[in-house]
Write a protein of this length. Structure first.
Ligand code: HEC
Length: 129
């Protein structure tokens, strides 16, 4: 292999490396703003409704935490069907053994692109990034 080809191979390898480690939707950048806009007013620390506090530590409150309404976790990394948060957002929470209203409580469901962002974040491992 001459040196130019060698260089090219190196660059391609680096690009492939970047591709596979590219982070999915970031929690701080994409998820927290949705929660702050639509959820935190009811799910504040102290007096949180539904026994869920999404402020000031939303990640710790959601990921790997048991739901109080169902047997599911609120967010199961990589598993949308197993994430009760997702079912509350799309209104399928009763089907999976949950209770109560869809979220946001007694309001319209979130816009579908907001729900998509949260779904993708869960699918890609619910990373804290
Ligand atoms: C107007 C107040 C209000 C808003 C806004 C609201 N919630 Fe809730 N939430 C509640 C109440 C009340 C409950 C308990 C009763 C029920 O589930 O219907 C609850 C319950 C929940 C639960 C169940 C917790 C568990 O342990 O199973 C989740 C998850 C949840 N909310 C997430 C959200 C998310 C995410 C948003 C924003 C998209 C949101 N909520 C917006 C009031 C609210």
């Amino acid at each position: 292999m001459n040196s130019r080809k060698f260089l090219l191979a190196g660059v391609l390898l680096m690009m492939a490396g970047c591709e596979s480690s590219q982070p999915g939707p970031g929690f701080e950048q994409l998820i927290v703003p949705i929660l702050n806009r639509h959820c935190v007013m009811c799910h504040m620390v102290d007096g949180a409704q539904g026994e869920l506090s999404l402020h000031p530590q939303p990640y710790a409150a959601l990921v790997g935490k048991a739901s109080t309404q169902s047997d599911l976790l609120l967010v199961a990394p990589g598993d949308v069907e197993g994430s009760y948060l997702y079912h509350k957002l799309v209104g399928s929470h009763l089907r999976v053994g949950g209770e109560g209203d869809s979220m946001p409580y007694q309001r319209d469901l979130l816009q579908s692109n907001d729900i998509d962002v949260i779904e993708q974040w869960i699918v890609q491992g619910a990373r804290d990034n």
